[in-house]
Write a protein that binds this ligand. Structure first.
Ligand code: MF3
Ligand code: CO
Ligand code: CO
Length: 267
């Protein structure tokens, strides 16, 4: 399957799905405190989606070689890199957790994730979350027609490694539209001037996974999904879905309470 370019109607559909995904994150935000379990977060999100009239894209999602994903969102705590499955273990003060929400509305997909700090967290954990947020925006701010995906990946990698962190290689951003994962792959590392040239109407995610320690990851246990850092170091991730416009980009997964872009974006 090749890259899909969205027309005006598709863009409207993607705007709606993207905003709803972000609003699910807004909705759960005040609940993320010491003592809540990730299963409770999942249930709150499922209720919110039902109210919206959206459907979780992750519940029952089954790419080739995987078991069906069992929850309405992903919760990746501390050294979990991605695809963590909600469970009954309460979050505790000092944890960092990525919550990744993908909804389907009228057949269109919106995909976004944020980091949450549970109570007071260490300075190192806070810095990893902040630098990963900035790394995502280092990629987003370069999106415009004519730029290549290698330019985006390079910007993210250079920034994250410049801060002493490492970039996970095994998972990447992706085209998105009427399917969850479309072409192209959006790597968070790379060489300037390489790979696909961006064109108006493309929609894809930028979702860097950044480790405090080494870049290597491994599968955890036997649930078929959970990915952790090999060295057990902390990992963080942020994700937006973006549209390539005639002159630049539009972030499709904004909402009233989503964190605002860093100052360097509009400087
Ligand atoms: N939302 C994830 C992404 O950003 C994918 C999660 S797939 C799941 O691409 F099955 F683990 F939920
Ligand atoms: Co996601
Ligand atoms: Co994604």
């Amino acid at each position: 399957m090749s890259i899909t370019y969205k027309d005006a109607e598709g863009i409207q559909g993607m705007r709606t799905a993207g905003r709803l995904a972000a609003e699910v994150l807004d909705y759960i935000t005040p609940f993320i405190k010491p003592g809540i379990t990730t299963r409770e977060i999942d249930r709150l999100a499922a209720e919110c989606m039902a109210t919206q009239g959206s459907v979780s894209a992750t519940l029952g999602y089954q790419p080739p070689g995987y078991p069906p994903y069992p929850a309405s969102l992903c919760t990746s705590v501390n050294h979990v890199v991605c695809h963590g499955i909600p469970n009954d273990k309460p979050l505790k003060k000092g944890d960092i957790v990525n919550v990744d929400v993908t909804v389907i509305k009228d057949g269109w997909y919106g995909d976004t994730s944020r980091m949450f700090m549970v109570g007071e967290v260490s300075i190192a954990a806070k810095r990893l979350c902040a630098i990963t947020f900035d790394a995502m925006w280092q990629g987003i701010m370069r999106v415009k027609p004519g730029v290549r995906l290698g330019d985006i990946g390079h910007a993210i990698q250079k920034f994250a490694e410049g801060q002493g962190f490492s970039v996970v290689r095994e998972f990447c951003g992706h085209g998105i539209g009427r399917r969850f994962h479309e072409e192209p792959q959006v790597l968070h590392y790379g060489k300037p001037g390489t790979l696909e040239e961006l064109q108006p109407g493309m929609t894809f995610t930028i979702e860097p996974m950044i480790n405090a320690g080494r870049k290597e990851v491994k599968e955890h246990g036997n649930d078929g999904w959970t990915i952790v850092t090999k060295d057990h170091s902390l990992s963080a991730q942020w994700e937006h879905t973006v549209l390539v416009t005639e002159t630049g980009y539009e972030v499709l997964t904004l909402s009233e309470h989503c964190p605002k872009p860093p100052a360097f974006v509009n400087a």
